[in-house]
Design a protein around this ligand. Structure first.
Ligand code: F6P
Length: 365
């Protein structure tokens, strides 16, 4: 097996708290344990396409553990297999520029590429591995928690705690004004943030993409509460939730095959309908990117550090095409191909859903 001398590391897709903790762990483990050099690639795959790459020393990653975002920058647009180019007539075209990626990797003598990212980033990593024979190791990140091959992704716990404390804050104002508050959380087409923050924050109604809802069932829950003297209610809505037989609501469609839909607005839709049905004054809050910003929780810092350490271990052992992940208490590796085959979604019959129902939470069904 070839001795690893240089590792390249990139962060791709939407950012999330804990990315810097992984980078720090990769750099420290590689340099301290193996004398391997680490090269940081700027702005996800864009840095490989546009040759933006710099050597990372221990000093470069000192003090970044509690910092949100990523010191490397990120991008969820720059897919080397579908890269946007604009010709002299101003026409947009999407081209395969993976040859540029290979060139940058060869020129910089990168032996292994560590790709820190969600499903999109890992799908590209796997394609680079399978089609272009680039040795890759994946590290799963996303606040959405929708990747298989790991029980949990780092970033999720931080988003969850931000969403939960926001629900707590809305609780007191909802109660004072005798209002219904609909709070919309992220998660794309998975309801993990909504389900778990709804459980932790005591949401009266939780709406998730995996369980299409009926408006009249939400109204019934609110009437039931009113009968018991509860004049306020909290509805936690996942941005990808949709009514039974209906479609998802999105704020904008953009001309980008890599990420054409910007979700957002379901809480407004639900809030208005519920106000019309019940006559109870309703407000909505879209939490948005606040969920992705700031310092990671202790849980995410530890998980990210473990992932970074094990990614280097996997690189040294030649486990290319694999992604690290946590199973129970242990860090294990899974083929990236298997991890991205199907997204990790909530099973409507799962224990978490049953638990929420048992404490009186309505899923609008
Ligand atoms: O995948 C992470 C995520 O924050 C989703 O929860 C959300 O739908 C999306 O990214 C937002 O993407 P952007 O940062 O491009 O607006």
């Amino acid at each position: 097996m070839k001795k690893i001398k240089r590792i390249g590391v990139l962060t791709g897709g939407g950012d999330c708290p804990g990315l810097n903790a992984v980078i720090r762990a990769v750099v420290n483990t590689a340099i301290r344990n193996y004398g391997i050099e680490v090269y940081g690639i700027k702005d996800g795959y864009s840095g490989l396409i546009n040759k933006e790459i710099t050597k990372l020393e221990l000093k470069d990653v000192s003090g970044i553990l509690p910092r949100g975002g990523t010191i490397l920058g990120t991008s969820n647009r720059d897919n080397p297999f579908k890269y946007k180019t604009i010709n002299s007539k101003g026409e947009k075209k999407y081209k395969d520029v993976s040859a540029k990626v290979i060139k940058t990797i060869e020129y910089n003598e990168i032996d292994v590429l560590i790709t820190i990212g969600g499903d999109g980033t890992q799908a590209i990593a796997n394609k680079l591995f399978e089609k272009c024979s680039i040795p890759v190791i994946g590290v799963p990140k996303t606040i959405d928690n929708d990747l298989n091959g790991t029980d949990v992704t780092f970033g999720f716990d931080t988003a969850l705690s931000i969403a939960t404390s926001s629900i707590d804050r809305l609780h007191s104002t909802a109660e004072s004004h005798h209002r219904i508050m609909a709070i919309e959380v992220m998660g794309r087409y998975a309801g993990w943030i909504a389900l778990e923050s709804g459980l932790a924050g005591g949401g009266d109604v939780i709406l998730i993409p995996e369980i299409p809802f009926k408006m009249e069932k939400i109204a019934k829950k609110i009437y039931d509460r009113k009968k018991r003297g509860k004049r306020f209610s909290l509805i936690v809505v996942a941005e990808g939730a949709k009514p039974e037989g209906g479609d998802i609501i999105f704020s904008r469609k953009v001309d980008d095959p890599n990420d054409p839909i910007r979700l957002g607005g379901i809480s407004n839709y639900v809030g208005n309908k519920i106000e019309d049905i019940t006559g109870i004054e309703t407000r909505y809050t879209i939490l948005g990117h606040v969920q992705r910003g700031g310092s990671p929780t202790a849980f995410d810092r530890i998980l990210a550090t473990r992932f970074g350490y094990h990614a280097v271990e996997a690189a040294v052992k030649g486990k290319f095409g694999y992604m690290v992940g946590i199973r129970g208490q242990d860090i294990k590796t899974t083929l990236i191909k298997e991890a991205i085959e199907v997204p990790r979604r909530i099973k409507p019959q799962s224990d978490l859903v049953k638990t929420a129902m048992s404490v009186g939470t309505s899923f609008g069904i």
